[in-house]
Design a protein around this ligand. Structure first.
Ligand code: ASN
Length: 328
């Protein structure tokens, strides 16, 4: 049974980054407009209700980190979120952290934070599908649920969680399943292990990793172009259980020979990716060409893992071990 937070750990840190949860509808489209205090006030558990400022059990400390649509986030922005969560947890008064974030790339940033999270205190991401000025705005409900999840002792030790539309899902394996439904997310598997990176959060430049979705007729030149542009890694969202055309396999072998790390994921949402098929372009062939199979992490999360691992100068064996350890 999860223990109650130690006395003194009484504050929830609320970090805002923008997204639809903070957006207003304008003549130029929906754009982030609100900060943490506005979001708290709109939430059923608004600042006063939550006891913010009085040090009580429901105190909320706010950090307006950035105000962007998550589809426009850079990798540097994502690492800024990782650092903001680490800074919040460095405060002994922090009982847990809520991050508000656009839903488009929440699966990437929440996963990146989870990659570095060795602390048992709850960290919860939430967002919304409808702008804050919509009559049916789902953001206030989601924020209330996220704050309640952080305060639930059962949330401790589970790694980063994603809360939306009444669902609470671990960040590992989560992905956006609907552009509009309040239940925006599902998971490839809610039981994925959580290998973490303990070499510290990078401060400077991060490794460039490109992702390509594969399809009938895909040009092998895409991979050559990424190599020519100095990508350190490439993630393939292959068809089916990790398969493609033999011409791609040949380019993968060349990329690996250039020192580029290639990871094979799938464009299919559910099920395991495995070296099953041959024929020149199957995952058996891609593996023989030097690619690493990602059995469960799909391309967006496999890419974040590869960015983090390559930035930490992990060698191909260590990278293969990470993906092998990410199996149920
Ligand atoms: N529902 C959303 O939050 C979508 C928005 N484009 C974002 O990711 O910031």
């Amino acid at each position: 049974m999860a223990a109650s937070p130690p006395p003194g750990r009484s504050t929830t840190a609320l970090i805002t980054t923008g997204g639809t949860i903070a957006a207003h509808t304008t003549t130029d489209g929906a754009v982030p407009a609100l900060g943490a205090d506005d979001l708290l006030a709109a939430s059923n558990t608004g600042a006063a209700d939550a006891g913010a400022g009085n040090g009580g059990p429901g105190a909320v400390r706010t950090v307006d980190l950035m105000s962007v649509d998550s589809s426009a986030m850079t990798v540097a922005d994502q690492f800024a979120v990782v650092r903001a969560v680490a800074e919040a947890l460095a405060d002994p008064a922090t009982a847990g952290v809520v991050v508000t974030h656009g839903t488009d790339t929440m699966e990437e940033t929440a996963f990146l934070v989870d990659l570095y999270l060795t602390d048992d205190r709850p960290v919860v991401f939430t967002g919304a599908q409808l702008p804050a000025d919509s009559p049916d705005a789902d953001g206030p409900r989601n924020l209330a649920a996220a704050l309640a999840t952080v305060r639930d002792p059962a949330s401790g030790g589970r790694g980063v969680l994603v809360v939306a539309g009444g669902r609470v899902l671990p960040a590992r394996g989560v992905f956006k399943v609907s552009t509009t439904d309040a239940a925006a997310f599902d998971s490839v598997s809610t039981d994925l292990p959580r290998p973490v990176l303990t070499d510290g959060i990078p401060l400077g430049r991060t490794a460039r990793v490109d992702t390509f979705a594969l399809y009938p007729g895909v040009s092998p030149g895409l991979i050559a172009a990424a190599v020519a542009q100095n990508a350190a890694g490439i993630v393939l969202a292959a068809t089916g259980s990790g398969n493609t055309h033999p011409d791609i396999t040949a380019e993968v072998a060349l990329a690996v020979a250039h020192g580029v790390t290639v990871v094979v994921a799938s464009r299919v949402p559910y099920g395991e990716v495995s070296a099953t098929y041959g024929g020149g372009g199957g995952a058996v062939d891609l593996h023989r060409a030097g690619a690493i199979v990602s059995p469960w992490l799909r391309a967006p999360q496999a890419r974040m893992a590869l960015i983090a691992l390559l930035t930490a100068k992990s060698d191909p064996e260590a990278i293969a071990e990470f993906f092998a350890a990410s199996v149920m």
